[in-house]
Design a protein around this ligand. Structure first.
Ligand code: NAI
Ligand code: SOE
Length: 385
């Protein structure tokens, strides 16, 4: 019998409810939520049908009925919340970025190891079925003996206007890096996962096109500024990057380039990559996630449509529906959690997890910090894992 896990979620703004939906799809109970005060917690619990509402996250992690804690609060709280949950003996799924600095994320890796608790960072994009398929193809050598180039972008437009606002713009809440930590982290984790190649060296160029923005005098939800608003503003100086371009050296001689932007009109939330091997290429776009191009030189290119019967055997588990039945963003949360909760159920923590762990979250922050140093000093910087 699989244990019926009881779960608590800290932070239920934009993405906390997506975690809850996926927990419920596993058949587990979302027993409690925590918000920044009791009033917000009570309102959210009523809206989301959650039995227990905590106005202080410390009470949630201390609740003896809770087995697993999901951290979906703003970036600056991840360290404190994940650390508190681990210290209370809970398994943890934490949103990205795992912490504000590599010093903090390293502490989390150590505590999770010492306490032998399962730990995941929500790099959910790994769980699109065709991403699992891409990894399986590269593992079998389908792209050729060498991977030459990994290139792509992650572009959005929700922070295009000077009146667009979110806590991510402020370093004390989001971190010193914005576009890189918020969306570049997904891209870098994804291509590292697919190819198995770590980033060894970086060279970065940043720009902040809107050095002054208008901060609304009332709280605005993530992506909420795109809806019509009638509010008062105050002017704020912005130091975090709207745009970044990064050159990469990967293990094994692979080269790469990524651009990220939150001011690219028309691009809603588009991660794109192409991986060029010595024989073939893989090309994928997160806004059309159920198809992947396989590029060839001596024969016509192919389009693989997400269909378990056409996918690599080891990736088939990640598609829950037959071909022609689209799977999307919420399904990636479901599949990440399926992998995580199966791992806990099986109880063999010596086994390598098939989901992104705190170690992966820590490695991405090491790369982020190298990128920041490179942009500031205008030099190539090696990543020290
Ligand atoms: P949000 O601002 O919409 O939600 C955060 C929630 O945390 C708010 O409801 C806020 O009241 C609450 N909160 C603040 N302080 C708290 C405290 N002390 N205790 C409990 N709750 C507290 O932010 P959003 O967009 O949901 O982002 C949250 C995190 O999730 C970020 O770290 C972000 O990077 C990550 N994220 C990841 C996504 C993914 O696809 N993997 C998608 C969106 C966000
Ligand atoms: C905002 O840029 C955001 O919600 C990120 O925080 C998420 O990680 C990404 O999935 C979508 O965009």
């Amino acid at each position: 019998m699989v244990k019926k896990f009881k779960v608590g979620v800290i932070g239920v703004g934009f993405i906390g409810p997506a975690h809850m939906e996926a927990i419920r799809r596993q058949g587990f109970e979302v027993l409690a939520l925590a918000e920044s005060n009791q009033e917000l917690a009570d309102q959210a619990a009523e809206r989301l049908l959650i039995p227990k509402a905590y106005g202080d996250w410390k009470d949630l992690v201390a609740d003896p009925d809770i087995d697993v804690v999901h951290v979906a609060s703003p970036n600056y709280l991840h360290f404190e919340h994940a650390k508190g949950a681990l210290e209370a003996g809970k398994h943890v799924i934490c949103e990205k970025p795992l912490a504000m600095t590599a010093e903090e994320s390293e502490v989390l890796v150590k505590i999770a190891e010492e306490k032998n608790l399962a730990n995941a960072v929500n790099f959910n994009l790994r769980f699109y079925p065709l991403i699992q398929d891409a990894k399986a193809r590269i593992d079998t050598g389908e792209l050729g003996e060498r991977i030459y180039i990994i290139q792509g972008s992650y572009l959005q437009d929700w922070l295009l206007l000077e009146t667009d606002w979110n806590w991510r713009l402020e370093p004390e809440y989001g971190g010193e890096l914005r576009a890189i930590a918020d969306i570049g982290s997904h891209w870098m984790d994804l291509v590292t996962f697919i190819t198995g190649k770590k980033i060894t060296s970086v060279f970065a160029d940043f720009e902040t096109f809107l050095p002054i923005r208008k901060k609304p005098m009332k709280k605005i939800d993530t992506f909420g500024g795109k809806m019509q608003m009638d509010v008062e503003y105050e002017e704020k100086k912005i130091t975090t990057e709207d745009y970044a371009a990064v050159l990469f050296k990967f293990e094994g001689g692979t080269r790469g380039v990524m651009s990220v932007s939150q001011v690219s009109s028309g691009r809603k939330n588009r991660l794109f990559f192409e991986i060029n091997g010595s024989d073939s290429s893989l090309i994928w776009d997160s806004e059309i996630p159920n198809q992947m191009m396989i590029g060839h030189r001596p024969e016509p290119n192919q389009y693989l449509i997400k269909d378990p019967s056409l996918m690599m055997k080891s990736a088939q588990w990640s598609a829950s529906y037959p071909g022609g039945h689209a799977e999307g963003f919420p399904d990636t949360f479901k599949q990440l959690q399926t992998a995580f909760y199966r791992y806990i159920s099986q109880g063999d923590f010596e086994k390598a997890p098939n989901f992104p762990t705190f170690r992966d979250g820590h490695n991405t922050i090491l790369v982020d910090e190298a990128i920041l140093q490179s942009a500031r000093e205008n030099i190539w910087v090696d990543v020290n894992y």
